[in-house]
Design a protein around this ligand. Structure first.
Ligand code: MG
Length: 159
């Protein structure tokens, strides 16, 4: 049976933090605030996979009250999501994600992001989509107050 899941995440852009997206350090003047490395792209993909499993969200598995996840690289969360799929006897068919960021430019980093997602999930990069868009200057995303990501995942499960 094919299951799909959806994921959405947003983090605030602040000074004094690294901007990590899809496991890539973008060397930007601001970074995303959060308990872990605040990688919105990986978090959205993670939620999409958990969603396809009917398992709630990333906060349920990795609560931000747990010091183990303080500044944790989010690939750990993705790896765990992929492990859960395997435990259920399933396999990830594909994931697709869109990053919404007014700045910096995401496009040049997409291949590296895909490669990182591929490694964390144990999934062929051809099964991973990463896209980016600005928010056309509109709203909090358009003003560069934060960065958001949306993702879907398709997971084949025995039932
Ligand atoms: Mg998050």
């Amino acid at each position: 049976m094919n299951h799909v899941g959806i994921g959405y995440d947003v983090h605030r852009l602040v000074e004094g933090r690294k901007l990590i997206l899809g496991g890539v350090d973008l060397h930007y003047e601001k970074g995303l605030e959060g308990h872990s490395d605040a990688d919105v792209l990986m978090h959205a993909v993670c939620d999409a996979i958990f969603g396809a499993l009917g398992e709630g969200d990333i906060g349920r598995f990795f609560p931000n009250s747990d010091p183990r996840w303080h500044n944790a690289p989010s690939k750990v969360f993705l790896h765990e999501a992929a492990r859960l799929v395997e435990l259920r006897g399933g396999r990830i068919v594909n994931v697709d994600a869109t990053v919404v960021a007014q700045a910096p430019k995401i496009g040049p980093h997409v291949p590296a992001m895909k490669s990182n997602l591929s490694q964390a999930l144990g999934l062929n990069p051809q099964r991973i989509g990463v896209k980016a868009t600005t928010n056309e200057g509109l709203g909090f995303l358009g003003r560069g107050e934060g960065i958001a990501a949306l993702a879907v995942a398709s997971v084949e499960l025995p039932q």
